[in-house]
Design a protein around this ligand. Structure first.
Ligand code: GLN
Length: 194
């Protein structure tokens, strides 16, 4: 059985856990660096990226995360705050991202008035009807490198779901809907690798 870790130090890790369990995946909540050793994939959830990064550093997880994800190429998916944590660069001076992906990310990119909304997306590699994506004080990709594939964009062209090899990042929150297609896409990445 595939074991996927969910970083469980802040944010909506419980919702990711529920969705993964619905798909028959064994889930481990990750709170300590050594717990990263025997999982086959990792989700970094939505929440507050400044808090998540601060706790990653307090629990001394930054190095081990970078080793497992960059050196071991463990499939990893960041949703919303998680996508900020995984970014290469932020347009904000806070927090200090893990610099895992070749992405430049802007936090709270939709301002206060429209800080939460839903929209339908065409996601490359996903079968069926358009995917209803939930955005909550969401970040966007300002730019992505050549090795980063854009899987979905808003009508204005800004990317909101990208994949760079074994890494996936989305501005929106698939764990807050009943549609589990994004999670299936990620579990498929984990199983292919395992
Ligand atoms: N705005 C939050 C941040 O900067 C992310 C919001 C979310 O994860 N829903 O971390």
């Amino acid at each position: 059985m595939t074991t996927v870790g969910v970083l469980a130090i802040q944010g909506d890790f419980a919702e990711h856990r529920k969705t993964l369990e619905r798909l028959g995946v064994h889930v481990r909540e990750i709170r300590m660096p050594h717990q990263l050793d025997d999982i086959e994939g990792l989700i970094i959830p939505g929440g507050e990226s400044t808090t998540i990064v601060q706790l990653i550093d307090i629990y001394e997880m930054r190095e081990r995360l970078r080793e497992r994800i960059l050196r071991d190429r463990m499939p990893t998916w960041g949703t919303c705050a998680g996508m900020i944590v995984m970014a290469g660069y932020l347009s904000d001076h806070r927090p200090q991202p893990l610099r895992l992906m070749d992405t430049r990310v802007s936090r709270n990119a939709f301002g206060r008035q429209v800080d939460s909304f839903e929209t339908e997306l065409e996601v490359s590699g996903m079968d069926g009807p358009p995917y209803c994506a939930v955005f909550i004080r969401a970040p966007v990709f300002e730019s992505v490198g050549e090795s980063v594939e854009v899987l979905a964009s808003l009508d204005d062209g800004r990317p909101v779901a990208v994949r760079q090899g074994h890494m996936l990042a989305t501005s929106f929150h698939p764990e807050l809907t009943d549609d589990d297609r994004m999670h299936r896409l990620f579990v498929d990445m984990v199983e292919r690798r395992a």
